[in-house]
Design a protein around this ligand. Structure first.
Ligand SMILES: [Zn+2]
Length: 203
């Protein structure tokens, strides 16, 4: 009994999230989120060779900035940092749900099925448009302790991971929007410029 309990306790300790951040918005978030039109969003991010305290500190600051902006996902290039790290929390109203931290994430497989879903982005506030992506994915990454992990994701989580990994490659969701007329109108109404879109769709 004692042995198995100790094993369970050890397992729980290993599974524990090591980043705890208040989900309450703060008045002066630690990081500035750059907007569409800023070149920093277009630079591809570099792989992270070592997951250390400075990386965990970055993840914390990214989370605080994300919560303060009422977002559910944020990638380092959005705060002007060219590193392959992103944070996601689909349950921002619930303090008990730990956030996800993905370091060097790679999509190792995608479902053949695709779906359409309306996306938004903290770097393009006010713009919400339909994007077509694979419905489910398998992703490999390192967590905030540097442990290698694999995860199957579908629904909103799959959607969010794909959107954030795009940021690591300098791609924004508006680049994937197929309805060009609506895109132009939405951007204009929210003070953005169509010239800042790098459209990925063949015309
Ligand atoms: Zn985004």
């Amino acid at each position: 009994m004692t042995g198995s309990f100790a094993q369970l306790a050890k397992k729980a300790e290993q599974e524990k999230a090591f980043i705890t951040v208040s989900k309450e918005p703060v008045e002066n978030p630690p990081l500035e989120i750059y907007k569409l039109g800023n070149q920093v969003l277009r630079n591809p991010a570099n792989r992270i060779s070592k997951v250390d305290n400075s990386m965990r500190e970055l993840a914390k600051n990214m989370l605080t900035s994300m919560y303060s902006a009422k977002g559910i996902g944020l990638a380092a290039p959005q705060v002007g940092i060219q590193k392959r790290i992103l944070v996601i929390d689909l349950d921002i109203e619930n303090p008990a749900t730990p956030p996800h931290v993905f370091i060097n994430p790679e999509i190792i497989s995608s479902s053949g099925s695709i779906n359409t879903y309306e996306e938004g982005c903290l770097s393009i506030p006010g713009v919400y448009l339909d994007v077509i992506r694979p419905t489910s994915i398998k992703v490999s990454f390192r967590d905030e302790m540097g442990r290698p992990k694999k995860m199957n994701a579908d629904g909103l989580l799959a959607r969010c991971i794909q959107h954030e990994i795009d940021h690591l490659n300098g791609i924004l969701f508006v680049d994937r929007v197929t309805n060009e007329e609506t895109l132009k109108k939405e951007l204009k109404e929210n003070g953005f410029f169509y010239k800042d879109v790098n459209t990925l769709n063949s015309k």
